[in-house]
Each structure stands twice: as C-alpha cells, then as structure tokens.
Design a protein around this ligand. Structure first.
Ligand SMILES: [Zn+2]
Length: 1021
C-alpha cells in the first residue's frame, strides 16, 4: 500500500517560533562551576576547591540552597544501601557489594568550608544532600557565588561511579563533586541519591584535574591544554617530564560533568560525516570488538543528529568505564567486555541520551520515561538503520509492558524513579513503556507527524527542562489533535488495553455490500483504532476510527476511510460501511501497534498457529497449537495409538492439553484379555472403556488472592487409572515472582480411582484402590536455590459402599537443603509424615520411593515401566522419590495376582532422611554433559502401628544420574514430550544395607543395582 499522506491543514502550527513560547513560566536557573581537584591515586582521595556561581532567574527569593554529595551513598548505612536491603529485586551491581564496603572503600565528601560571597555559611548534611543556609538571600534576578573546599574518598566502584570497576578501569568519576540541586517552578529537587536519577541546572563547567601523568583522562567537555597533555588529544608528540599533569576541560550548556581515568586507555579520535569528533577510550583486551565503534559510533551520532535535532556540542566521548552503560553530557561510560551487538546497542542507547537527557534536561527523578523511554525508542530506530531495517518494529516494547501487567507488576509511568515498588517495575515504566509511548504516538498521529513532533520538541526545549505537559503541548501543536486523554491514560494509570471484534453483519445493498461491524472496548484504555477489512474478492479496506476527544484524526493514505469518531463513553461501536464485496475478515490493529492484551479477539474467528511435531509457540497474534500422533506399547494392553494436542497463548496463558489414545486389543476384547481373565484371584470387570485413555488439562496463570498464581483443571486416564484435579496456587507476597525464594500456597481437590482390574497386572499402574477416592489438599512450598520445604495436609476418603471416610488423611513435612562441600554439592533431605491407620494404598508413604499415586502420575516412569511384564524383576525399575534408604525397593513382597507388584516398604507413617554428595559435570563432551556421580546414605522407617527404633533401615552406595532434558540435541523433542521432559534417569548401587535378609540375602556388603526415574529430587543436578 502506498502511503501518500494527505497532510491537511493540521501541521501549520508547527512553525510556531520557539521564542514565542519562551515567556512567563519558562524561567530557569543557571550555574557555572570552576572546579580544581587533585587526586591521590594511592589513597584514592581527592582535594577539591570549587567556585559555583548561581543565577536565580526564578521569581522567588531563595534563603537556602541544596547540594548533592553523591559519594556519601556508597556506605553500608546509606539510603542507597537500605533501599536495596528492602527491594524485592535489588540491583545486583549494588548488592551485596555496598554492604561490605570497608573504611577504605566507602565513598564520602567531607566539606572543609563553604562561603557565600566570601562569608562562611552554615550547612547540614543528611545522607547525600547538603542544605546550605544562606548568609544573605538571593533575590529574583540576582546571582551569588559559593566557594567550597572539600576532601573526598573515591568509593570502590559499586554503582556507576568509583574506583577499580570490574574490568579494571581505575577511575569512573561520575557524581563526584558537590553539585547544586535543581530549582524549578515546583521548587527544590534535592533528591537523595537512592539509585536514580538526575536533574540539575544547565551551565558552564571549567574543570582542572591533577593526577599522575601516566593516566589518560576521558571527560565531558573539550580539553583546553591538549598541547601540554598529549595522550592522543593532539597529533604532535608531547613529552611530559613532570610526575603529575593538570588536565583542563571546559564544557558549556551542560548540566553535569563526568570523567574517567586509566593508565592503559587506548585513545582513538574519529570525525563523523556531520563534523562531530568522536573519542573512544578502551583497554587493550577489548580492542578487537571496540574497533567496530570506529565506524558505528560516528554513524549513530550522525543518524540522531539528522533525525532528532542537530547535536549542539563539538565532541562526543565513549569511555570503557562504569558498570553497564550510563550517560553524562558529551560522554558515556560503558563496560567493554561485550559482543559486537551488545556494544553497539549500549553505545547507541547512551548516545541517544545526548538528546533525551543531555540537551533536553528533563527531571529524570520524576519522569524517567522522558529520557529512558525516548532514548530507547530512537535506539531501536538507529539499530534498525544500521542493520538494514529502516522501519523497525517496536512491538516488543508493547509485549514487555503486557508482561509486566501479566505479573501484576506494572506501575504508572509517572511514578518517581526511586519510589517504584520494584526495580523491574521501574525498568518497564521508564524504558519499555516509554519506548511504546512514542510508537503509540505515531499510531495516534501518524508516524511522519510523530517524527516531526520529535524535531519540534528538540528545537523548542533544547537546553531547557521540559516536563510531561511540555511533551503533550508540543504533540498537540504539531498534530493538531487534542491528546490529554492519551497522556493521562498511558502515563498516569496502570490501565490495560483490549479491543475486540464482536460481530460482523454483511448484506447486499444494491450493487454494493453493506457491512455492520460491531467492535468493543473490553478493557479500560480508550484509543483510536485502525481496522483492516478483507473482502471476499481479495481486496482490503483500511479504516481509522478516531476517538471523539481527539477532535480530529491522523492523516491517512488516500484510500483509507476515516470513520465517525468513537465517543469514549460507549464501550461498543458499530462501523457501518459500504463495500464492493462481502466481508471475509476484520482485524483490529494488524500492525501490532497497541499493547492489546488479548489479540485473539482482535479478529473474526479464533486465530491459530498450528504446528505438527513441535511444541506450540507462544505468539501474540494467534493461539499456538502443537499436535502429534502418539504410539505406545504396554504389557497387557498391547499397542496403543492416539493424538495429542497442546495449546498456549502469550506468557503461558490458557495453556491446554488434550490427548486421546486407544488400545485396540482391549477395546475389541470388550475389556477382557485372556491372560488376565484366566487368573482366578480377582473378579474381572472388563469393559471396552478400559481401552480408551485420555487427558484434558487447562492451566491459566492469573492473579489469585491478590497475588500472582494460577488455576488448573485436569482430568486424565492412563492404563485403567483415572484422576481428576482442580487446583489453585498462589505465590505468597506482593512481589513474590521477583524474589529469590518463593513461597507458594496450593489448594486442590482431587478424585482418583481404578476403573479396570487390568491395572493390577501392569505394575506401574498397580496399587490403586478401585473405590472412588476424593481428597482435598492444602500445600505450602518454600523454595530457593538452596532450600526447599514442602508441607502438605490432606483430608478425604472414599464414598464407596463400606464408607470409610478419612482413609486419605495425611500430613507431612518434607525439607531439603543443599550446600557446597568442597568440589561437591551436599544434599540433605528429610521427611516426616503421618497418615490414617487405614490410609488408602495409593497414598501410603514408601521408603525412598514415590507413592503409587506419584509414580503413576509420572509420564516417563509409567510409559517406560509399562513396556515389560515385570519392571522390578526385569529392569529393577524404580520410581525414586522421597528420602530414606532406597535399597529396599528391591524387596519381594507377596505375589499379587501372579505379579510381584511392589518393592519399597510402605506404611501410614514415615520418618526418613538421606544425605547425598553429588559431583559437578563429569565431562564436557555432549552425551556425557548431563551425567553426575553421587554417593548416598539413607535411613528411615515406615510403619503403620508403632514406631520401633530397632526397625530403622539403612543403606549406602553410589549412583549415576543422567538428566536427559539437558541434552541440547533433544531440545525440540523434550519441549513437546511429557515423557522426555520428565526423564531423569538414574542408576543406583546400594552396595551396603543394614538388613540384607529383607532382600533375600545375608551379605550386608553386596553388589545391588536399580534403574529408574526420579519423581522428586530436590537439587538433583
Ligand atoms: Zn538510559
């Protein structure tokens, strides 16, 4: 489609002269710094003297001023440290480092003296903020001069600034001098340094830095004495005799000054096509990847300068320093050990800040999206430009926002930066939602008008401090649209967006077709919407439906239809339109511009993406379905065949699984099978239904009890056993999903029974009661990387004749911890459980093994074990699970209808513990990577009447453990197979047992072997 834009009268207002705006409330303070510091690189301390000339352009008389003393943040008791103690997802660059800073490693500014125009003044320091009571007030329009002397310690690099960063850069000097706070029409902004971000008046910096002469310095500003310094700043060779050098930098129209110093810096200078001098500083070990920046850095600066407003400074510096990527005027600190794409991405992002931060000095502490979001938007644009994609999609930002909503962690964009409840919430609001906002602005006003808005915004507010109302005003001026509704909904609320197609009615109307298309706003956010109508004759019609409160519409291509505006008070809207053919399909926002949380209803019919022999894909625009045929052999059941389909939507929402499997041998024999019926022990109650297995399951993550959780419904029948369960789980705690240790509450009710006696002759499905068993469970689970605690309370029983309610009452505690033991991992695992005297057989506790219920439920165990007549005798096949000695799973219990059905001792009560010592990876070669070796010791007892200490059983031995899911070659199959994904093969050799007689032998020390599947193994790998 050709986008010949009909630009109506609307954009005339663009030409408003900038100065026409710069009246009345547009005053701003101004400052100039004269700083002279001497850095002692042995003690990492510096002595500073600075003169700050401050112009009060406000209409207010000021009787105090504030300075930021940022270095004071780097201390175990600072606000920054305390905040990171409390946040659910503390910054890994700060924690735990800041808590461990010693006296020589903390940062501080010690103020030696402050004078105002020569008169000493009183001051008070709270954390990182110094309040200065003025000797004489500063009247509107007047200026004053502060003279400060200070002594500071450069902290060990913890966040952004400091000495000795992780890549060995000696000094990353940002937020390093007493800096006057911002004062604007909202008053003082003396924000303590808690984490983010910065806001300060524009001015001039004249900075002299004295340090040993072998250091190379990168800084904001232009070096004034390059001929004395050399170090790559001048082409002429400079010979330095003195032990120290004093570097003199000067910068104008900036609101901060940063520098970095290291003796090993390589210094490159490149001129960009538009005349920007780019300086690169990096260490030799990253030189190879940094060579890319010689072409990319100037190209990025030129692209930004040409598209978003002319870069107003003579130079730009990229220095390897800091702890990630951080912007300062005319310089950025980025860490250097990166892939080429990562280095390009971070450099582009920080360079974008020269526009949104550097020149447009907005209040980042209150409106971080204005710099981080706009910066992220143009970073995506320049990355597209550099990689051959001139119009890159920003849809991933909308998806990122949706994910935050999904977890319940989205916070309004205008939340003050340090006050977000989580770091994750901040990063989504500032970066991701900020990028989305600019993309959405293009959707609302058209992309070319949005690009014009960015240019005008820059021109009108360069070297100023725009706030959100300024952004809105420029956007309105440039587009001619009223946009209050847009900024209010997206920056002030945590609302979500969901539009749906509800009905399409197409009928003949003379030569044409009349279509009535009913659309609905399902969620809160009201937006103009673009609709694509596809007709039966193969043609298509675009329609834009403006929102009434826009008082206009965006410019659209000539062949689009502009519909009547949608008045936001109506949740529904009917688009009536004459078309040349019948409507085949209607889709809302097919270009993926809006953060629509459910796109399955954006189109007529359910959009699906079906794959064969592959796991379903999580897509935004369609419901992913993966299907495959199944085949299985099971002893006593013959060959079974069926189909499985699984479905999912974004973030694992509405996950479904459906399976149907038929066992012809059982079906056609009416459920009876000769070998089985000939056994006299049990009455056989065969039915053709025994030959049908199925599984139906739906899982949906959603908020439960005000926190993140999920609901799940499941019913399945395998090998004559049926189980159905409804379950709700919730992570406890408001931001649980972000925490390292998660507490989960699980409520469920379940039904189990055995529908066929045939199961008794298939040992992997044996042990179930044929009565209908109903039970409810309350479970609690705490898990972090080294500790796991599970508590379960179950109550229930059978409603069958001979009513025996209570036969499913159980309570248990299961706890495990793992800890490094030399080169190994030590795992201690213990369980205590009590159950009803007549505990139903499938829920009996079993020593060192999984209960009947759990082992039947384990797909891999059930599927592989059912292959043979007698998995115990033939394969020594065990479902390992739970603590305690495992050797007794090899016990021969009395015959059960001709088959030795069970191994491990079982009972209504259990007390058991295991200790394991597990190696790390034994070999790096592919097939051996998942292999681990272990030593184990187990002790425990199960009993039904009374505990006897003398009945405790012990074993010890070694084992091999192989986690098949770790094999990358199988990744595709693991993803789609319940059997493979649960396949943790283990071979165990309990060579020593305390009671060999139970195993039919008399040697305590003997070779014994067992193979099996792990049903439950805390910290198993
Ligand atoms: Zn940024």
């Amino acid at each position: 489609m050709s986008f010949r834009y009909v630009l109506p009268l609307l954009v005339v207002i663009v030409s408003l002269h900038p100065s026409a705006h710069a009246q009345d409330a547009s005053w701003q303070q101004r400052v100039s710094y004269d700083i002279d510091i001497r850095l002692d690189t042995d003690s990492h301390r510096m002595d500073g003297r600075q003169v700050v000339r401050y112009e009060n352009n406000s209409p207010d008389t000021l009787d105090r001023v504030f300075f930021h003393l940022y270095f004071n943040a780097f201390h175990p008791e600072s606000m920054m440290a305390e905040r990171n103690r409390v946040l659910p997802d503390p910054d890994s660059r700060i924690v735990p480092r800041i808590f461990n800073l010693g006296p020589d490693e903390i940062g501080f500014h010690r103020i030696e003296s402050i004078r105002q125009d020569g008169t000493p003044v009183a001051y008070r320091i709270t954390d990182t903020v110094m309040e200065v009571k003025l000797a004489h007030p500063i009247a509107p329009g007047a200026a004053t001069e502060f003279e400060l002397e200070y002594h500071s310690q450069v902290p060990l690099q913890t966040r952004r600034s400091g000495r000795h960063n992780r890549e060995g850069i000696d000094y990353s000097m940002s937020q390093w001098y007493p800096k006057i706070a911002a004062y604007d029409r909202r008053g003082w902004h003396a924000d303590p340094y808690v984490g983010r971000e910065f806001y300060a008046p524009f001015g001039t910096f004249d900075v002299r830095i004295t340090l040993p002469s072998e250091y190379v310095v990168a800084a904001t500003g232009v070096l004034q004495n390059a001929e004395e310094i050399g170090h790559g700043y001048t082409e002429r060779p400079v010979s330095v005799e003195s032990e120290t050098l004093t570097w003199h930098f000067r910068a104008e129209n900036v609101h901060d000054f940063a520098w970095a110093a290291d003796p090993d810096y390589i210094h490159d200078v490149i001129e960009s096509a538009t005349g920007i001098t780019v300086h690169l500083f990096y260490q030799p070990d990253v030189a190879e990847v940094w060579q890319n920046l010689r072409t990319e850095a100037p190209a990025i600066m030129d692209f930004f300068s040409e598209n978003y407003g002319r870069y107003p400074y003579p130079q730009m510096t990229v220095a390897q320093a800091g702890d990630g990527g951080m912007e300062y005027p005319m310089i950025t600190f980025v860490t250097g050990r990166r892939s080429p794409a990562s280095l390009r991405g971070v450099t582009a992002h920080e360079m974008a800040h020269m526009w949104y931060y550097g020149v447009l000095g907005s209040n980042e502490a209150d409106f971080a999206w204005m710099d981080e979001g706009f910066g992220s938007y143009i970073t995506t644009e320049v990355t597209g430009h550099l990689t051959g994609n001139p119009s890159p999609s920003h849809a991933s930002s909308a998806l990122g926002v949706l994910q935050a909503h999904h977890y319940g962690l989205f916070e309004p964009m205008n939340t003050p930066s340090d006050w977000f409840r989580t770091n994750y919430g901040y990063s989504i609001a500032a970066y991701t939602a900020g990028e989305m906002l600019l993309d959405l602005l293009g959707y609302v006003m058209s992309d070319p008008v949005r690009d014009q808005f960015l240019q005008t915004y820059f021109e009108r507010f360069r070297f100023r401090h725009p706030d959100p109302t300024d952004v809105e005003k420029v956007a309105e001026d440039v587009s001619g649209l009223q946009l209050d509704w847009f900024f209010a909904q997206f920056t002030e609320t945590d609302w979500t967006l969901d539009y749906a197609v509800r009905n399409v009615d197409s009928r003949r109307s003379g030569a044409a077709w009349r279509a009535d298309i009913t659309l609905e706003r399902v969620s809160d956010i009201a937006m103009p919407i673009d609709v694509l109508i596809t007709l039966d004759d193969g043609t298509a019609q675009w329609v834009t439906i403006p929102l009434g409160v826009m008082q206009g519409h965006k410019p659209v291509p000539q062949d689009w239809v502009v519909a009547d505006p949608w008045l936001w008070t109506s949740p529904r809207y009917t688009l009536s339109i004459d078309l040349p053919a019948r409507v085949r399909r209607v889709e809302i926002d097919p270009m993926l511009r809006t953060p629509d949380r459910n796109r399955l209803n954006n189109v007529t019919g359910l959009p699906t993406a079906i794959t064969f022999l592959n796991a379903p894909q999580q897509r935004w625009t369609s419901y992913g379905i993966g299907w495959r045929p199944l085949a299985q052999y099971a002893h006593n059941w013959g060959i079974g065949a069926g189909l499985q389909a699984r479905g999912t939507y974004i973030f694992g929402r509405w996950r479904t699984q459906a399976m149907l499997k038929l066992w012809p041998e059982v079906l056609f024999s009416g459920g009876d099978e000769p070998d089985v019926t000939s056994d006299p022990v049990l009455p056989i109650d065969g039915s053709p239904v025994d030959g049908i297995d199925y599984e139906l399951r739906i899982d949906h993550p959603q908020r439960v009890f005000g926190t993140f959780g999920s609901v799940s419904l499941r019913s399945r029948k395998h090998l004559g056993i049926i189980e159905s369960e409804a379950r709700i789980s919730a992570l406890l705690g408001r931001h649980a999903i972000l925490r390292r240790g998660q507490r989960e509450l699980i409520l469920s009710i379940a039904h189990q029974n055995r529908t066929s006696d045939r199961s008794l002759f298939t040992p992997v499905a044996a042990g179930f009661s044929s009565d209908d068993l109903v039970f409810a469970r309350v479970g609690y689970r705490y898990e972090n990387p080294t500790t796991r605690v599970i508590v379960g309370l179950e109550t229930g029983g059978s409603f069958a004749p001979g009513f025996d309610f209570g036969s499913a009452n159980r309570a248990y505690v299961d706890a495990a911890i793992s800890t490094p033991v030399g080169p190994f991992t030590g795992v201690l695992h213990a369980q205590v459980g009590v159950g009803a005297d007549n505990l139903v057989s499938q829920r009996l506790f079993r020593l060192g093994a999984a209960s009947f219920s759990d082992r039947w439920g384990q797909d891999a165990y059930r599927t592989i074990g059912a292959l043979v007549d007698d998995p115990w005798d033939d394969l020594h096949w065990v479902a390992f699970g739970g603590p305690g000695p495992i050797a007794y799973s090899l016990m021969q219990l009395p015959d059960f209808g001709g088959t030795s059905v069970v191994g491990a001792p079982s009972g209504s009560n259990i007390m058991a513990a295991s200790a394991r010592l597990v190696t790390g990876r034994l070999a790096d070669a592919r097939p051996l990577r998942p292999l681990r070796l272990e030593l184990f010791f187990g002790v425990g007892e199960v009993w039904s009447d009374e505990f006897e200490a003398s009945d405790l059983l012990y074993d010890a031995g070694f084992g091999l453990h192989y986690n098949v899911a770790e094999l990358t070659i199988l990744r595709r199959w693991v993803a789609q197979s319940n059997v493979l994904s649960g396949l943790q093969l283990t071979a165990q050799f309990p060579v020593w047992v305390s009671d060999p007689e139970l195993l039919g032998g008399d040697e305590q020390l003997d070779f014994r072997w067992m193979l099996g599947i792990v049903v439950d193994r805390p910290f198993g790998n």
